[in-house]
Design a binder for this molecule. Structure first.
Ligand code: UDP
Length: 584
């Protein structure tokens, strides 16, 4: 279908683009934001599949098929959270190299060729294709980073390919399709706070690797199309290598994306740090591009410079707009909830710790906590002044949805605690666990330390102490120099305790975690995923701890007040004025 000329390619791709835009516009008003983003991802993969079906060239078909297959693996990764399916990318890579183009020889700068044996050629191509989705997923740990790097690198590689004198018809078609689809799904790729997530990292990683193999298979020097991606990703590649080596040999692993975290530690905010890392990558990529094109013609220089500038300008525009949207906080009875992703919340914690001054509380209210805030002004005030308010509990999230201010991602306290400990294990932050029955905090800390080697457990203590002990506890925490204090005394006791003692304890971040330590230690089991999906976590917990039934009786009251709020006939009047929470 594409063979006659590029005009036809452009026409068909534009048709797919219009179709995608129509689908997005049409469904936007009917779907919740998480469903809408799922739809976008599926539409994007389908658009690629459509282009693959229409492509007449077998290598192009196989490359796109590999990308779509990898995206399907990504969807599986997403739904089976925690299961390691990354090895499947190498199986996709093997399929690609058996049936599609592959790296058969390497041409060096002096014009010398090194021919690979059949098996070596399959092995190298499989590795090349399999590694990129995994690598993209590593970069995607930082919200916004992968989408932006992809946009910059796809643009640069496309420019190099289009300006190359070689016969790269299929590669040019792939470039055009990619550029158009990045533009059509703009908000998915260029957003300083949004991750691409597993399906899209897999899709683009595979396509990106496939694109470079195209060039090599067509006889373009290996350094032209294989070295260019390496040039663009030099920085993250080096950082990932350091992180892997340090995880293997050092008791205190460095963790990934070192420069980004260094910038945060210097006080730069998330968006600016992402932008700086991307600019450095783009700069190294530009140098690689100039070297590969083997020309320093004025036209090339101007084209590349303009492209990079446009991408950067667009990023800044959208980053600032998304930042504004980010701080739109859904509200219920005066409680403003932070509408942010788990990754961004962790980034925020890192920012506070690196800043080194101030004490910040994280609260994770559920429906009953929201209900309490109506009558308990002290508790309400604590939530209003907290550094982060993360909604935990299906009831509260459902209420926010009904009020037409849905949150983008649920951040359960257990998951947040585990992710903080994971980050702490390579940042070296000291963690203190306070609360639970005797032995529970120790058991939870031990489980976490086993799971995240290098975790610095600064101290533990059970939650059954008297007021007289509080001074000693604060002194112990201060002396341990812990950065994060997890307190599990139940609502509202833990929030009251943190309000009075967080500054005295010297910890930068204090978080009330309720019964999280009971779950992590294994004393209680967390509701299976299906119960969570059906919003029945509370029932599962009550079956394990029947004394909780009294609390459940309050849920209808919560629902009743939510209904009054929806109907605008709730006469609740919050007495205090709201002091804006400054996330930075
Ligand atoms: N707890 C405690 N000291 C107390 C009261 C409670 O350490 O004086 C612990 C209790 O052992 C449990 C947690 O606090 O581990 C309360 O968890 P729950 O799930 O009830 O918290 P909530 O549902 O209020 O968030």
């Amino acid at each position: 279908m594409f063979e006659s000329n590029y005009t036809l390619t452009v026409f068909l791709v534009l048709f797919v683009a219009v179709l995608c835009i129509f689908i997005q516009r049409f469904f936007k008003k009917y779907l919740e934001s998480d469903q809408y983003y799922y739809l976008k991802d599926i539409t994007l993969v389908a658009a690629w599949a459509l282009c693959g079906i229409w492509a007449p060239d077998r290598p192009l078909k196989i490359t796109i098929a590999a990308g779509v297959a990898a995206a399907c693996v990504g969807f599986c990764q997403k739904v089976t959270r925690g299961r390691n399916l990354r090895f499947v990318y190498f199986i996709v890579g093997l399929g690609f190299s058996l049936f599609g183009p592959r790296i058969a020889f390497i041409e060096f700068a002096q014009g010398e060729y090194y021919y690979l044996s059949y098996f070596a050629s399959i092995a190298i191509s499989t590795l090349w294709i399999g590694v990129f989705p995994i690598f993209f997923q590593e970069i995607d740990e930082i919200p916004g980073m992968c989408g932006l790097l992809l946009t910059v690198s796809w643009t640069l590689v496309s420019i190099v390919i289009m300006l190359s004198s070689q016969n790269l018809r299929e590669a040019v078609q792939l470039c055009i399709i990619g550029m158009v689809l990045i533009l059509v799904f703009w908000s998915r790729h260029i957003h300083a706070y949004r991750r691409l997530t597993e399906p899209l990292t897999a899709l683009w990683g595979t396509l990106f690797a496939g694109l470079s193999i195209f060039g090599v298979s067509k006889g373009v020097a290996f350094y032209t199309l294989a070295v260019l991606p390496l040039g663009l990703f030099t920085l993250p590649l080096i950082e990932t290598s350091i992180s892997v080596v340090s995880a293997a040999f050092s008791p205190k692993p460095t963790g990934n994306l070192i420069l980004y975290r260094k910038l945060l530690s210097k006080g730069m905010d998330h968006a600016a740090s992402v932008h700086t890392v991307v600019m450095i990558c783009a700069f190294i990529g530009c140098i690689a591009a100039f070297l590969q094109i083997e020309t320093t013609s004025f036209l090339v220089l101007v084209t590349v410079a303009i492209s990079v500038s446009i991408v950067t300008w667009v990023f800044f525009r959208y980053a600032s707009q998304s930042a504004r949207n980010q701080f739109r906080k859904p509200e219920l009875w005066g409680i403003r909830v932070d509408n942010i992703s788990l990754n961004y919340a962790i980034t925020q914690v890192q920012h506070w710790i690196n800043k080194g001054s101030g004490h910040f509380m994280i609260v994770t209210p559920d429906a009953l906590a929201a209900l309490r805030s109506r009558t308990d002004s002290r508790y309400r005030k604590i939530i209003k002044n907290a550094g982060l308010v993360l909604p935990d509990g299906a009831g509260l999230i459902a209420a926010l949805k009904l009020l037409r201010t849905p949150i983008q991602e649920r951040i359960p306290g257990v998951e947040f605690t585990e992710h903080i400990c994971k980050r702490a294990s390579y940042e070296g932050w000291g963690i203190w666990f306070l609360g639970g029955a005797p032995g529970v905090a120790e058991a939870a800390a031990q489980k976490l330390a086993e799971k995240y080697p290098g975790l610095n457990v600064a101290g533990t203590r059970n939650g059954y102490f008297t007021d007289k002990d509080t001074d000693d506890i604060c002194r112990e925490i201060r002396e341990s120099q812990a950065s994060i204090l997890f307190v599990g005394l139940g609502v509202p006791k833990q929030e009251y305790w943190l309000e009075e003692n967080l500054a005295r304890s010297g910890a930068t971040v204090g978080m009330g975690i309720g019964g999280t330590m009971d779950v992590i230690s294994g004393k209680l089991t967390r509701a299976p995923r299906i119960w969570q999906k059906l919003c029945l976590e509370w029932l599962y917990r009550t079956i394990q701890e029947p004394w909780r039934w009294r609390r459940i009786l309050k849920l209808p009251l919560f629902a009743f007040y939510v209904l009054l709020t929806i109907l605008h006939i709730d006469n609740f009047n919050q007495d205090e004025s709201y002091e804006d929470i400054n996330l930075n």
